[in-house]
Design a protein around this ligand. Structure first.
Ligand code: SF4
Length: 261
């Protein structure tokens, strides 16, 4: 029997928003790993920050915590420190964790805290109706940059990898099965798992056409333990192609293991 992870909360994302695809992928991911006895549902705690993504905790019948803007990562690491037996998964927006909360992201990756962070990457501040953020491309025209953004975007995967994350991956919300599998591997990873989920905002920055011909999955024999290969893949030009998959995965003692030694 499938777990009923739904709630009575009305879904208020824009009709057709790709956040719904992330929600479906996560429900399926959790349902399967609970059925496989890899996780007890009562041991899972989910977190969100502020932004369109933040509503996801309202739509999941799982222990949850909605944090302040950009502050879900320290909340996650605090809960994990207090009870290392819990499985900690956070949902965050690119504005939430790459603008407001970027210092927390870097330090959680550096410590290899045993948590998973899923970024809903729509490359704008969507909840506030489309202002540019740290991941917006140069030239992006939005509410606060009507003549075009003059800054280059950050590469979130490069930040996670160079800060010490031991699991670094990217997926595309529209590929629900691919996203589900990446989520499962991230949840089962011991250490800091960073997953960038490309999540087009169909209302304020619809990038579906841009990405649909560019995305491709890494080949099956891609060497996940090769740091330099990961660096090469995540810095390759995104003008022509955008790779999806697990770029890097490494076993390393976690912050909580070191803390409780
Ligand atoms: Fe989704 Fe964009 Fe609407 Fe937010 S504003 S719910 S990201 S489509």
């Amino acid at each position: 029997m499938n777990l009923d992870l739904s709630t009575k909360a009305e879904i208020t994302w824009c009709p057709g928003c790709s956040n719904s695809q992330i929600l479906v992928a996560f429900r399926q991911a959790v349902d399967e790993i609970v059925k496989n006895k890899e996780l007890k549902i009562e041991d899972l705690v989910i977190f969100s920050g502020i932004g369109c993504h933040g509503k996801i905790t309202d739509y999941l019948n799982i222990n949850s915590f909605t944090s302040l803007h950009g502050r879900l990562v320290p909340t996650m690491t605090g809960v994990k420190c207090a009870n290392p037996n819990l499985k900690i998964v956070g949902f965050s927006g690119d504005g939430d964790s790459l603008d407001e909360g970027i210092a927390h992201l870097i330090h959680a990756a550096k410590r290899n805290s045993d948590i998973s962070l899923f970024i809903h990457d729509n490359k704008i501040f969507a909840l506030t109706t489309g202002q540019f953020n740290a991941l917006s491309s140069k030239g992006f025209k939005g509410k606060s940059t009507p003549e075009g953004n003059i800054e280059e975007p950050l590469n979130p995967l490069l930040i996670a990898l160079s800060s010490g994350a031991t699991f670094v991956a990217r997926t595309y919300a529209g590929d629900i099965q691919g996203t589900k599998k990446i989520m499962q591997e991230a949840i089962n990873h011991k250490g800091f798992a960073f997953v960038d989920i490309i999540q087009p905002c169909i209302t304020f920055f619809d990038t579906r056409d841009y990405f649909k011909d560019k995305i491709y999955w890494l080949e099956d024999n891609y060497p996940r333990d090769d740091f330099n290969k990961a660096l090469e893949k995540i810095t390759e030009s995104t003008q022509e192609k955008v790779s999806l998959g697990i770029f890097y995965k490494k076993d390393k003692p976690t912050f909580e293991e070191e803390l409780y030694k």
